[in-house]
Every structure is written in structure tokens, then in C-alpha cells.
Design a binder for this molecule. Sequence first.
Ligand code: MN
Length: 710
Amino acid sequence: MPTIDALSQRLDDYLDPMQIQQVRRSYFYAEQAHDGQKRKSGEPYVTHPLAAANILAELRMDHQSLMAAMLHDVIEDTEINYEGIESQFGKSVADIVDGVSKLTHLEFETKAEAQASNFQKMVLAMAEDIRVILVKLADRLHNMRTLGAMPPHKQRRIARETLDIYAPIAARLGMRDVQVELEDLAFQAHFPMRAKHIRRAVVQARGQRKDVISSIQETIEKRLQKEGLNGQVSGREKHLYSIYSKMKAQRKSFSEIMDVFAFRVVVDSVDDCYRTLGAVHNLYKPVHGRFKDYIAIPKANGYQSLHTDLFGARDITIEVQIRTHEMDAVASQGIAEHSHYKNDDEEDRSESALGSYKRARKWVQGLLEMHQSAGNSMEFIDSVKTDLFPDEVYVFTPLGKIMELPSGATAVDFAYAVHTDVGNSCVSCRINRRLAPLSQPLENGQTVEIITTPSAQPNMAWLNFVVTGKARTAIRHYLKNQQRHESVELGQRLLNQFLANYGATLNDIDPFKLRELLQEAELNSLEDLLEDIGLGNRMAYVVARRLRPDEDMEKTEDQDRLSRQKPLSIKGTEGMVLHYAKCCLPIPGDKIIGHISTGRGLVIHQTECRNIGYLRDDPEKCIYLEWSDNQDEEFSVNLSTEVESHRGIIAELATTASSVGADVVSIDISEHEGQLAHVHMEVTVEDRIHLARVMKKLRRLKSVNRITRD
Ligand code: MN
């Protein structure tokens, strides 16, 4: 049975005595904290954290990771809390322990809904210190090694979770040894029968394979000797779970998989890697398209190697990986190997120093420099984490489903990621149960709830802050459709308005005339024509004249048409094809006129507005309008007041206005003339009657001399 003394001895290789002393102290602390607790196997509980620490010691992790491993179940399973650990062992260790405990909770709360691949990334992204993950992996690895003590249904659940989440995380961090062990243990626990069959088949095949392997190995070794290359050649056997996955994913038979023989050649320098590649390509014909240069372009987790497939005798395939000793260590321990990854032969490389090569190398180089200059594995490890997942955030739906979004994404992006309909009808959001602005960038681990109403519409302003293509496209698409819909509707009303002069409506028009007009205008349909009218690109007046019934041709005089014309009624909610002129800000009750503005639709002015004066009687440009009875919007008006200035005047004006239900949008003092000041206010009202009430109330204030609507 492993003991703390045995571990201390092992640590002597790479930690200083003070650090070893701290690790020992954490062991005794854990032993006491877990006193009386037993594992399912009957052993004292402390054997588990000790074993986890041993696993990390094999990876030569720093003393803080080992201490955290010793203490990793203390917060969870004993009376001791974060502060207790912090005061004894410092903040870093307490933070790691705390992080591990949090991950454990996350697991239980969300596993039902979690989609595994996002969950893996989320776990990684959430841990502020990647040592949290390494401790968690050591914890899980020891639990998997001792899984037999658990009841079968628990074994299956833990095995599934290991395959879905923890083995892929190990893979992502390049920790191949941990990954392989987790996978095989979990595979055997989850699919005991399948594992047994494959193992038996492997053992049987091994006999025949042995000869082939040693003959190929010898051939390669001889060739390397001849070339003066010093390389260690070894045959690799695929692990059970990878055979199973290949059979399943690639629908290959067991014997097809077994016809592949894999070798690894470990050499002294990068230069030797490429020379070895040349040697094996001379020996066996390479399979086209299977060569990969992960030395020039390392994987994101730092993995480097040359991969090539070769045609062997009798239809077998030979897979070869070629790398240096350092690369080999990184390949098996990944991120945990950073402490002894050396890179002496930086200059010793073939001539393939291309742009992409340099960029990719820079990442690994950057890691090294950071590690050397930081001298502190924590900073180093943090930067690795941000390099692995620089651009993603992971957030939860209220049901615990995980969504992956690019960093900077907002609740609107989230809403569209859930479903286009959710995005289109979203009005506000709760982040971690609190109302939050839709534009606020999301952070890892937040729970986001979108509040929708059926009548809501996407807002043009969202385009300023959404970051996902999906949201952007959906908003644009919606607005475009909406504009078309609104333009067609307005166009139809405008056209009917003018057709009424000839005693006709759209339903009465002659289809031949319509077709002729569409052809001439190069439009496909009546809808297109109406849209064009609604947008102000085509004049309803002219179109109506073209389409009018023949028999009415003589009856109507253009000159008196406007006077006889019944005004078009508008509700104010027509949306994107209806605008209120900023110059005169009309409100219900005002006499209004619509100016048909090319490309924009109708712009509504007060009839008296100076800006519209010269166009007023032009039937091609203007149309008389009236307000429909039921207005449900608020309208802005500008008020100008002359006041006797005193302290608090602004507040007085604002509270008075809102006391009669007018919202004050803005208020400012524009000029002073001694005691007199001009105050400009923008308020929202329902209509003229409401406005009159507001103005009356304001006028009654003692300090107000004069008030006018602008
Ligand atoms: Mn544990």
C-alpha cells in the first residue's frame, strides 16, 4: 500500500525539502479531516487523496497541485471550509481545492442535459487555474482504478461520464497516458462483454503479429543504422477502446484494424526526424495523403510529431510516428510535461521555415518563454488555458443545457443560438436570475434566460452588438422581410386611396392592364409593385391613373382630386415605412400630411410645417392623412419654456410634467438672460389633448413665464 513516506521519497527527485514538508503536512491534515471515513473498499478514506497525489507526482506536478490533491475532498466531505484551508495552506491551494469541489457539483447538477463535447470545453474554460483540471483528472483516474468496489449501476454511470467528459479532456490537454488508461478502464466497466471479446481477439492476434512486428522493426532499425541515424524503434499496440471506437466509427472489422501495424521512432533532434522520414519513405512506399507534419505545425496542445502511413508487404499498412525525446515526453504527458520540456535545438531544423510554420512554432515558443520568464507554473498554465480556448464562452440555458458561443457574445446571440424564433421575439433577459441588458457580453458559466413576447420584433440596434453570424443574418433577414411586408401593406393602401378617385379599388382593376404595367416596369408581381409604391419608389398617383377603369377616364380632373380625396388613416404603428418628421414632430390631433419619400416610405409632417410647404399641393409627392382613433403609442414633442431661473427649476419642471403622465426624454437650459432662462424639454405624450393638459400644468408654475410647443 502506498504511504506518505514512499511519496516523500519519490518527491525528493524534483521538489525541495520545504515543499516536500508542505505536501506531508497536507497529508496529515487530510488524514485527520477524513478521520473515521472509509472508502467503499473498506480502506481509510485518506488512501484516495494520497493515491491522487501519487498520480500527480508521476507527472512531476508542483507541490501546490500535490497539496490540493491531498485536500481535494476536504471541503466536500468534511466540516472544513475554504477559509480553513486558506489559512493553513494559502490561497492558491485553497482555490484549487475549491475549483475541484465546484466541478464535482457541476457534474451532478447538469450531467443529464450536458452535451458531452461542450461540457468538456466548459469544464476546462471554467477552471481558473488549469491545475484544477489536473487534480480532477488524478481524482477520477484513481476512482476508475478502484471502480470495482462500487455497485454496478454506479460503475456504468461513472464510466460513461469518464468516456464522455474526462478522457476527452485529457486528450485535449495532450495527456495521452492518462487518456488511454481512463478510456480502457471506463470501456471495461461500461461494456464488459465487448471489452472481453476484443481483449481475447487481441491476445490471439498478438501471436501472429509478433513476427510481423519484429521483422518490420528490424528492417527499419537496419536502415537507420545504414543512414547513420540513432533512433529507438518500437511497435505500438492500439488500446482496447481505440480498437472499439475504430470498429464502430469507421465500420471496420477487427482484422482490418489488426492489419495496421504502428511504430514509433524516437530520435535525438528535429533534423533527425526529417532524415528518418526520408529513410522510411525509401524503405516502404508512402500512402498518398497520409503524411502529417505536426513538427512544423504543432497541435494546439503542443503535440509534435511526423506521421506517415506506408504500404507493407501482404496488404498491411504501417503507421509510423517520428519524434524527438522531448516531443515524446510531451506526447504522453501533455500539459503536465511543461516543466521539463526543453527546446535546445531551436536552430536545428530543416529549411521548411514557412510562414505558417513560424506562426505555429511561436505558440509553443511563447509557452516556453513564458514558463522560463514566469518561473511560476501558475502563470504559465493560465496562459496555456487561454491559448487553448481563446475565443469561446460557455453558458447554460435555464434547463442546464450548455451553449457554446464566441467570446463577446450577448444574450441576443444566445437567443438566436437557441432558436431563430426565440431571437426574433426576445425582449429582455435574465443573467443568473437577474435582469440584465441584452447587449451585455456573456461570461463562462452564466445561466441565461431569454424573456420573449409574441409581438416583439428584432431591433435594428442589435446589429451594433451581436457577434454571431447567425444572429446577424437572422436579424437582417427579419428586418428585410418586415420592411417588405410593411411596404406592401402601405403601398396597397396608397394605391387604393388613389384608385378611389376613379371609384375603383385594387379588386376591380383590369388584369391585362396590370400585366402590361408590370412588364413595362420589369416587376414580377403585384406585390413587388405595391412594395415599390410603399417605399416611395413609384408614385401611387401615377400607377392609379394607369390602372383606372376606362369608362372613368373623362370623369376626373386632376386639379380637384386632392380636395375631394378622403384622407388616408394611419395608426402610427406602421413601422419601418412610416417616419415622423423630426422638424415638426406631429402627434395625434395635429393636422398631418404624408410626404412620399423615395426609398423610405411615408414621412409624416404637420400640415403647417414649413419644410413641407412647397410640396403641399403636389399630388405626386404628398398625400393627406388622418389619425385613426385608437393610438397605442407615445409621441415626442418639443416644448420651449421661458422661466425665472432658480435652484431646482429643472427638477420642478420634470416632476410637474411627469405628474400628468408625460415622460421627460430630455431637458436642458439653452440660454440665460439675467434671471430669465430658456429651457428646452422633450416629452412624450399620447395626443394633443394630453399635451394641452401637460402645458397647462406647467404654465401654472410660478416660475414659468411662457411655454410653447416648438
Ligand atoms: Mn476524490
